[in-house]
Design a protein around this ligand. Sequence first.
Ligand code: ARG
Length: 476
Amino acid sequence: MRSQLIVPSKRSPATPAPHRLYGGRAAAGPAPSLAELNRSLPVDQRLWREDIEGSRAWVQALCRAGVVTADEARALDGGLEQVAERLEEEGFEGRPDEDIHTLVERLLYETVGDVAGKLHTGRSRNDQVATDARLWALRACARIDAELVGLCDALLVQAEAHVDVLMPSYTHLRRAQPVRLAHWLLAHFWALHRDRRRLAGALERVAVLPLGSGAIAGSGFPVDRTLLKELLAFREVSENSLDAVSDRDWVCEIVFVAAMIGAHLSRLAEDLIVFSSEEFGFVTLPDAYTTGSSLMPQKRNPDGLELARGIAARLLGDLTAAVGLLKGLPSGYNKDLQEDKRLLFSAVDALAALLPVTRETVAALEFDVALLNDAAEDEALLATDLADTLVRRGVPFRESHHAVGRLLRAAEAAGLPIVELPDAAWAEAHPAFLTGGRPRLSAFDSVEARGVAGGTGRAAVLAQLAAAKRSLAPLS
Ligand code: ARG
């Protein structure tokens, strides 16, 4: 075993000799072209902390199993700590190693000598890399969740400040019914809240420890996997070694949640792009969150929001690639799976870049309250309320719907708003319009009429706000 490993003497990171984890079987090393393709260090170097933590836990388990002595365990543990310090200080530039596991082992040899050769007993890079990546994902997703909380909080603060501002809502991007501005803001809040729940659900399945699964059939040494689970703060130990080393459904889940968050951010972004346009003018994007044009001096472009839309496309591509990696893959570890980390990192990085900008943009939005209230009074937005009024006077809804349609057509033909049509025109549309007096048209009455839970009435929106606040408590 030991003889297969080329142990370099102390060298600077710029000119290290190659350290290989295998080499007895093949007559020569891989061709340079294959070595280059196969090499994952540029991507998986980000797992270095987790790799060292996993190895330190493994040392404890090997010691308990009687595979290494207490002295050897101390030497290995101290050596791994020093390797961590070195990587922290020196970084990764010029490292020739195949992957992070090879690099850590090489540096461990440099630090503690031959005893380093005992570390990989009963372990494979297959269970090692799955453990590292899961650990990394658990931490990265906690950071993403914190960013989501930040954005949700920014939406909540804006909602609280705008309970009594009305605005038009849209279906098909055509004016529909008045709503409270808080209601529109909270609609985006709840979508992101569900994403947090999805992320928490996915993390339950990520927190399953693969270490101890060996290459495929389980470790050949009686390591205490419960001890490993506790040392590394996983929730469970995997039930099947073959499954543990070969599945990446958990990567797909995280990338799916990321793609969903991307889709939600892109919808918020699109609303804001439209609402902040010259045509709408509902909201002003803070200067710091717009960019100029190299040619047109007047431009204040919503680039951050446009990138939210664009990055959502990239996340969707990552999701397709993640599921594609698993489709039709034979059981057991296959090198295809090395691509999983690129996708995981790409998804997490995209959100890490996007969420802070979106949060800051939302926090700094300035709404044109007068314009919004005014737009909400557009009588076309109140057509449904007119129909509802007739229903309250005993007219079946379908008939009242047609009656309002006739009234709107009459107003259009006369070139007048409906409130200015004479009584005769109202009576012609439907006699019930006049029994009990001509209906009063007001956006405020319209939102208040929807006092149903989840509706736009003031009390309902305040209850919604309270529920939103409660939901911001940290997810376990
Ligand atoms: N760099 C590899 C990966 O990311 C580590 C596992 C290699 N395993 C193997 N059997 N070659 O998947």
